[in-house]
Design a protein around this ligand. Structure first.
Ligand code: 0X9
Ligand code: ZN
Length: 313
C-alpha cells in the first residue's frame, strides 16, 4: 500500500516504493533512475519522465533534501512530480509534455532517515569524521571554489565542507550522473527550505552572471505567479547578496560545469515561524504555489532559449 496523500511527510522507503510503483503504473513515461549511492549503502533513487519517449526533449532537473531536515522540500518535489503525471491544467501539461524530467526527491537519504529516527534537525550526510563528528554539508562539498568561503573546516560544524571536494559519496556519485546527462539539461532546480526565496548563482560571489538580468527577470515572473495563488511573498536574487556567501553548492557546480542556462535554488516556506518544522497541512498549498512558479519559469526559459537560438541564426 502506497499511502501518498501529501497530508504527512513520507519516509524514504515510502518515497522509493512510490517511485517504483509509478514506473509500473506509467511504464512508457516513468523510468526509475539511480543517481548515486550513500555512505550507509542506500541508493539515491529518482525518476526520469518522458512524455514523448524516443523523442528527446530539453531536460529539467529537480532535486531536494540535500539538507536532511528540510522536509517541505522533498514533499514539494513529490507533489510536483505527481502533478506532472496527472494534472490536466494546460500550463502544467505544456511544460510537462515538452521536457524530459530528472527528479530526485531525496539526494541525502541517510540524513533524511536520521531526521525521522534520531534527530529531526540533522542537516548533513552521515559519514563519520574522527571520533565524535558525523557528516559533511553536502551543499558545501561540490568541486567549484570548494571551501573558499561560507563553509567550515571543522568536522562537527553544520557547514563542514568535508576533507576535500566530493569527499561525500553522495555528491561524488550524483555529480557523475549529472555529467552523464548534462548536455541535455536546460534548467537545474534545487529545493531547500526555509526563507521564501528564489536564489540565482553564484553563491561564492556577489558578482552577477552575464545573463543575470534575464535570469532574474525569469525568477521575478516566477515569484509573481507564486504570489497569485495565496499571496505568499518570495524574494528573488543572487545567493551571496540575498542570504550569504556559500561555496561548494550543487547549484554553483552545475552552473559552472554544465553551463545550464537556468540554475536556481528555492528556499521554500516559511519565513521562520515554523522554520524546518513546517506543519504538514502546508504541503499541498506550498506544492501548488511552487508548481505555479515552476510552470512560469520553464515557459520563460523556453522563450529565452528560443530567442537565443534566433540571435545565433
Ligand atoms: O546554506 C545553504 O546551503 C542554503 N540555505 S539552507 O538554509 N537551505 O541551508 C542556501 C544555498 C544557496 N547557495 C547556493 N546554492 N550557492
Ligand atoms: Zn538547505
Amino acid at each position: 500500500k502506497v499511502g501518498f496523500s501529501w497530508t504527512s511527510y513520507a519516509r524514504i522507503d515510502q518515497i522509493y516504493d512510490w517511485l517504483i510503483m509509478l514506473s509500473s503504473q506509467y511504464p512508457r513515461i516513468v523510468t526509475v533512475i539511480e543517481g548515486g549511492r550513500t555512505s550507509e549503502g542506500r541508493r539515491i533513487l529518482g525518476v526520469k519522465l518522458s512524455f514523448q519517449p524516443g523523442n528527446e526533449r530539453r531536460g529539467v532537473w529537480l532535486d531536494s533534501l540535500i539538507h536532511a531536515r528540510e522536509w517541505i522540500a522533498g514533499a514539494t518535489t513529490t507533489f510536483i512530480l505527481n502533478e506532472l503525471l496527472t494534472s490536466t491544467d494546460p500550463g502544467v501539461r505544456e511544460v510537462a509534455d515538452n521536457h524530459d524530467w530528472y527528479i530526485f526527491p531525496v539526494i541525502n537519504p541517510d540524513g533524511y532517515e536520521y531526521t525521522h529516527t534520531t534527530n529531526r534537525l540533522w542537516r548533513k550526510t552521515r559519514k563519520q569524521y574522527g571520533v565524535v563528528c558525523y557528516g559533511a554539508d553536502p551543499n558545501r562539498n561540490w568541486g567549484f571554489r570548494w571551501n573558499t568561503g561560507g563553509s567550515s573546516s571543522q568536522p562537527c560544524s553544520d557547514t563542514y565542507a568535508g576533507p576535500n571536494s566530493f569527499s561525500e559519496i553522495e555528491t561524488d556519485t550524483l555529480s557523475r550522473y549529472l555529467r552523464s546527462i548534462g548536455q541535455n539539461i536546460v534548467a537545474y532546480i534545487s529545493f531547500h527550505s526555509y526563507s521564501q526565496m528564489i536564489l540565482l548563482p553564484y553563491g561564492h560571489t556577489a558578482r552577477h552572471l552575464d545573463n543575470y538580468n534575464q535570469v532574474r527577470g525569469i525568477g521575478l515572473r516566477g515569484a509573481q505567479s507564486l504570489a497569485k495563488r495565496y499571496g505568499t511573498q518570495y524574494v528573488v536574487g543572487n545567493v551571496a547578496e540575498t542570504i550569504y556567501v556559500a561555496t561548494g553548492s550543487s547549484m554553483d557546480w552545475v552552473k559552472d560545469t554544465l553551463k545550464v542556462p537556468v540554475a536556481l535554488t528555492y528556499e521554500l516556506r516559511d519565513k521562520g515561524n515554523n522554520g524546518f518544522l513546517l506543519p504538514a497541512d502546508q504541503i499541498i498549498p506550498s506544492g501548488l504555489e511552487t508548481l505555479d512558479s515552476l510552470v512560469t519559469i520553464l515557459l520563460q526559459t523556453d522563450r529565452l532559449l528560443l530567442n537565443r537560438n534566433r540571435t545565433v541564426v
